[in-house]
Design a protein around this ligand. Structure first.
Ligand code: SF4
Length: 353
């Protein structure tokens, strides 16, 4: 038996490999790759069953004060027409998400400097009152008092990706932020009782297999309730326009599969960027460890304006079309839509955080 097979077997028995061992497994080809996928899918089925939870995502503002090098809506991209949805538009979209079978609404924006915690809190209260849905926020790094106010207003979950554990890479790609501040924010979220989501971008320019392995291990160490990762895709209006994708596409999927094996209880979404990688990318991720799907509920007129990466799917659709499409996809996988809010099962399963 090769060392990589041994590493996989030990992971399946509950042990955590080191970065060198995990990098060796990321190189897997052929039958070993299939075994990694099958193991992840089995782990997902054992801990989460066949339900796929729907989290309807509303991209409610594309205004951002930051200049992350990989991002299509970075403030330096003057080609983007900026928008902010009104509270009425956001609440109406959330009601649509409920009607279309979502148990959670995800409110996502750029790091919008005019978006203050008071306004956000009022919006959260309104959505809770009108829909009763679970709410996830993804609005960038916030201070502890802001996070306290948002939790108080009914926010259940918060998503903030660390993107990479390489401090040098993080600093080079995020001129306006520090890695330490993101981790401070994640720690505050945990202390305040949020269900915490984080993750990283797979295949950022300059990463090595060992760095990806470190990212997987760091996400595991954080004991996350949700792990959201997607492939790096070069946006033409960014400094990374000419950077290539990883040649071995299976690496993107192996990373998700390994996250599942190491984090059996975490919710793992099939992130939209996988459909930009290849047309059935999200379906593949759902068969390789993921248990969450995030249909886009953003009104059609705004969708084209929120492109963090190119070839984003469904930008010409309206939410109702997405709802129908998602149901077809899930049925096609012989899975069903999860009922209820789909809260974290980490604590319920007695997993220590
Ligand atoms: S990744 Fe987020 S914070 Fe960075 S530029 Fe894009 S929207 Fe702004």
């Amino acid at each position: 038996m090769t060392a990589a097979y041994e590493t996989l077997n030990r992971m399946l028995a509950g042990s955590i490999p080191d970065a060198v061992e995990l990098a060796g497994l990321l190189k897997a080809q052929g039958k070993l790759t299939e075994r990694i996928y099958a193991s992840a899918d089995r782990t997902r089925a054992e801990k989460h069953g066949s339900a796929i939870h729907l989290r309807g995502i509303i991209e409610f503002s594309n205004v951002c004060k930051n200049n992350c090098w990989y991002c299509g809506i970075r403030c330096g991209n003057s080609k983007v027409k900026r928008y902010r949805m009104s509270a009425d538009e956001i609440a109406a979209s959330a009601r649509n998400a409920l009607e279309w079978g979502c148990g959670t609404v995800v409110l996502q924006s750029g790091d919008d400097p005019l978006l203050n915690a008071g306004e956000l809190a009022a919006l959260l209260r309104r959505i809770k009152l009108e829909t009763g849905m679970a709410i996830t926020l993804s609005v960038g790094v916030r201070t502890r008092p802001e996070l306290e106010a948002l939790k108080e207003a009914g926010c259940d979950r918060y998503l903030l990706r660390f993107e990479t554990t390489s401090n040098a890479l993080f600093t080079a790609m995020h001129p306006d932020e520090s890695f330490e501040d993101r981790i401070r924010c994640l720690n505050d979220l945990r202390a305040l009782g949020y269900q915490v989501g984080s993750g990283f971008m797979i295949g950022l320019p300059g990463v090595t297999l060992e760095m990806i392995a470190n990212d997987i291990l760091f996400a595991t160490k954080l004991r996350l309730d949700m792990i959201g990762c997607g492939p790096f895709l070069p946006h033409p209006d960014t400094p990374f326009a000419d950077k290539p994708l990883i040649e071995d596409r299976s690496l993107y999927y192996k990373a998700i599969a390994m996250l599942r094996i190491l984090n059996p209880y975490a919710h793992i979404p099939a992130t939209t960027a996988f459909d930009a990688l290849e047309p059935n990318g999200r379906n593949l991720v759902l068969c390789r460890g993921a248990n969450v799907f995030m249909p886009n509920i953003t009104p059609g007129k705004y969708r084209r304006l929120y492109q963090l990466y190119p070839n984003k799917p469904c930008v010409d659709e309206e939410g109702s079309a997405c709802a129908v499409c998602v149901r077809g996809r899930i049925a096609g996988l012989d899975r069903e839509i999860g009922s209820g809010p789909g809260h974290s099962i980490l604590k319920a399963e007695g997993d220590t955080i």
